[in-house]
Design a protein. Structure first.
Length: 86
């Protein structure tokens, strides 16, 4: 697994980031995976997955594509699900 640069936790949560993180968590749980299993599949750290799921970091477009591939959805589906919950 490739090592990603450590990503610091933000001091406040982004509301859209929280919605996006909830979508990631729901899809991860649908697969029956732990954060560690998703992280391994997406080639990123489990800590960063936790930050994303809690809305403490808003992922870049590159990360959205990696998560979508791992979760077997399109990037558009990941974003659309969060958008419709706004």
């Amino acid at each position: 697994m490739a090592k990603m640069q450590e990503v610091p936790r933000k001091s406040s949560k982004d509301p859209i980031g929280v919605l996006f993180g909830a979508t990631v968590r729901r899809l991860r749980e649908r697969h029956g995976w732990t954060q560690e299993q998703l992280a391994e599949t997406a080639e990123m750290s489990a800590t960063y997955i936790g930050f994303i799921e809690r809305g403490e970091n808003v992922p870049t477009l590159t990360i959205i594509f990696r998560l979508a591939d791992a979760l077997e959805v399109t990037p558009a589906e990941l974003i659309a699900d969060a958008a419709k919950r706004r």
